[in-house]
Design a protein around this ligand. Structure first.
Ligand SMILES: Cc1ncc(C[n+]2csc(CCOP(=O)(O)OP(=O)(O)O)c2C)c(N)n1
Ligand SMILES: [Mg+2]
Length: 361
């Protein structure tokens, strides 16, 4: 078992590919079909391109605030690839790769960040919750879904995400404790991207790792190289198997790095060195996985160049469609929390209409 072999208390962390894309230990390589490996890589590439484009659209004044994913593609896609269609995915807000792997069309990703409620209304067959902006609140929803699966006798698993900062929220504790006590089929992936806005990981908690927090809940935990898609996949696959066979939750810490700003409203040069960003750029998860696939003759630089071109025009076309979609009705901002808009919300709606009528933006 990987959780036993890579014991966080002994300072061990699971890595399968080194930063040159070479396999560290053949025994650890998970069984993944060739077409799935390619699908994983292509989704990483689409995520990188769609993400880069989104930053540009925002800078051009064509999109609202945006939270970029650059550098975290392996943590997102390695985990999402380890669940089945019947399983639930519960994101925080920085999981574009997981959304795409789960089958959410890119236009919905863009609609969400464009401020259109329809971006959160996924096709019926996609078992995924929408973005959760209140940090860690999604974990209680995830624990609830997992507990419901047990009660209903269904063998589906819930995969939920949280950031390093999210582990300091009360809901992190509440959700994992509850899921552990009730043996709920929950897998929590912490995307430890080293920062919660400007707060560095070292100021987030006194524990050496985030994985070791599992100990306090009596559940297995593991730290993995979050920029190594094979390591993330292997650890998640094992955790999913454990959850599905009635052995309860697992906590996975994926050590990664946010190469971009927290959001388009943030300036990371104020709180971190260029040198640090440069060091992590060397550990880019995409380059590493591409090298691995090329070594295995599953991919080539030519195919890569063609795919990049195709995805760039796909992202541009998709975003133009989003821009040309119908104007977002004003009441959308107010109407989805309750079946019927309560009085206080009606008042705010009226006030907002007046504000706009007077030229407010
Ligand atoms: C309950 C709550 N408090 C504060 C915020 C403001 N906020 C938005 S993102 C963020 C940092 C989250 O850091 P982390 O969990 O590490 O996720 P990351 O942004 O790094 O993906 C904060 C404090 C919020 N959205 N919700
Ligand atoms: Mg973070």
């Amino acid at each position: 078992m990987l959780t036993a072999q890579f014991n966080y208390l002994e300072g061990k962390s699971l890595a399968i590919l080194n930063k040159e894309g070479k396999v560290i230990d053949e025994h650890l390589v998970p069984e993944i079909k060739d077409d799935e490996l390619i699908n994983m890589y292509k989704t990483m590439l689409l995520t990188r391109i769609a993400d880069t484009k989104a930053m540009q659209y925002q800078r051009q004044g064509r999109m609202l605030t945006y939270a970029p994913n650059k550098g975290q593609e392996a943590a997102q896609i390695g985990s999402a690839a380890a669940i089945e269609e019947r399983d639930w995915l519960v994101p925080a807000f920085r999981e574009m790769g997981a959304w795409l792997y789960k089958g959410v069309p890119l236009n919905q990703v863009y609609l969400y960040w464009y401020g259109n409620e329809m971006g959160s209304k996924f096709p019926e067959n996609i078992k995924m919750l929408p973005v959760s902006v209140p940090i860690a609140s999604q974990l209680n929803h995830a624990a609830g879904i997992a507990m419901a699966s047990n009660i209903k006798g269904e063998d589906e698993v819930t995969l939920a995400y949280v950031g390093d900062g999210g582990t300091s929220q009360g809901e992190f504790h509440e959700a994992i404790n509850l899921a552990a006590v009730f043996n709920a089929p929950l897998v929590v992936v912490i995307q430890n991207n080293q920062y919660a806005i400007s707060v560095p990981r070292a100021e987030q908690t006194k524990t050496k790792t985030l994985a070791e927090k599992a100990h306090g809940y009596g559940i297995p935990g593991i730290q993995v190289d979050g920029n190594d898609i094979l390591a993330v996949y292997a650890a998640t696959k094992e955790a999913v198997k454990r959850a599905r066979s009635g052995q309860g939750p697992t906590l996975i810490e994926a050590v990664t790095y946010r190469l971009g700003p927290h959001t388009t409203s943030d300036d990371p040069t104020i709180y971190r060195d260029d040198k640090e960003v440069e060091d992590w750029t060397q550990k880019d998860p995409l380059i590493r996985f591409k090298k691995y696939l090329i070594d295995r003759n599953l991919w080539s630089e030519d195919e890569d160049a063609k795919q990049i071109e195709e995805y760039e025009s796909f992202a541009n076309k998709t975003f133009k469609e989003v821009e040309n979609s119908k104007e977002v009705p004003l009441e959308d901002i107010f109407k989805y929390h309750y079946e019927k808009m309560p009085q206080n919300l009606m008042e705010q709606y009226e006030e907002y209409k007046e504000y706009l009528a007077k030229g407010g933006k």
